[in-house]
Design a protein around this ligand. Structure first.
Ligand SMILES: [Zn+2]
Length: 241
């Protein structure tokens, strides 16, 4: 009796560690399995959010990437204003002001396709935005016409994904400048066509119109235009989120 009892007790003692090994092993397996699952799920959710509408929703360390493109430059003067001043200069002045305003705002990470009076090919401008994976391509121009009577602000997009951005910027520029609203229009411009992200080109006003040129060549007018463009960008990204 004593001996049999002892034997059974010994047998139980031998089974116990084995039982514990099985339990612990199962727990480790289950924890590992579910952790891996939830990690994969988090990854899937974040990547689908990032890809939504070509817009990076998670402004990483540097914020939304805005490629600011001052139209023309160098050997390409652009339009000639009423006073004879070339378009490339006022484009750059406004673009630089947009850049400085965005630089102060941590939600943005701005770059420029040109920061001085140099010539850059149109496809190279788009390639700069594409390679950087910019969130927005923003081209700044001044309009012209053979007659000085034509005036107003126009904003162009090429693809559907550029429409909300074009609308937001156009509305702010029209409000701020007070020029005639000539609308948001589709335009197959090379710089817009080759850019892979939402891309717009804003013609703030007509340089061939004396009154509008005077505003666009003034420091005050350029600041107003730059601030309006930045306000449009902010509104656009608020709408996205
Ligand atoms: Zn132009």
């Amino acid at each position: 009796m004593n001996r049999r009892y002892k034997t059974r007790k010994l047998a139980n003692m031998a089974v116990l560690p084995l039982f514990l090994v099985v339990i612990i092993g199962t727990v480790i397996f289950l924890v590992g399995h579910y952790t891996k699952d939830s990690r994969m799920m988090t990854k899937a959710l974040s990547s689908s959010a990032e890809e939504k509408g070509n817009i990076r929703l998670t402004s990483s360390n540097n914020g939304y990437r805005i490629m600011i493109d001052a139209g023309h430059g160098g050997k390409d003067p652009g339009a000639q204003g009423r006073s004879g001043i070339e378009e490339k200069h006022s484009n750059l002045a406004i673009a630089q002001k947009v850049y400085e305003l965005l630089l102060k705002d941590p939600q943005f990470d701005p770059r420029m396709t040109r920061s001085d009076d140099t010539f850059v090919e149109l496809d190279e401008r788009a390639a700069m935005a594409n390679e950087w994976k910019a969130d927005v391509m923003l081209s700044i121009h001044g309009n012209s016409y053979e007659s000085g009577n034509i005036s107003g602000t126009e904003t162009y997009y090429r693809y559907e994904n550029g429409i909300p951005l074009a609308m937001a910027i156009h509305q702010k520029v029209v409000e701020a400048m007070g020029f005639e609203d000539r609308g948001v229009r589709e335009n197959h411009l090379k710089v817009l066509s080759l850019s892979e992200m939402p891309a717009v080109l804003v013609e703030t006003g007509y340089l061939t119109n004396g009154a509008e040129e005077a505003v666009l060549l003034s420091e005050k007018g350029q600041i107003k235009a730059a601030q309006a463009i930045v306000d449009g960008l902010k509104q656009y990204f608020e709408g996205v989120e």
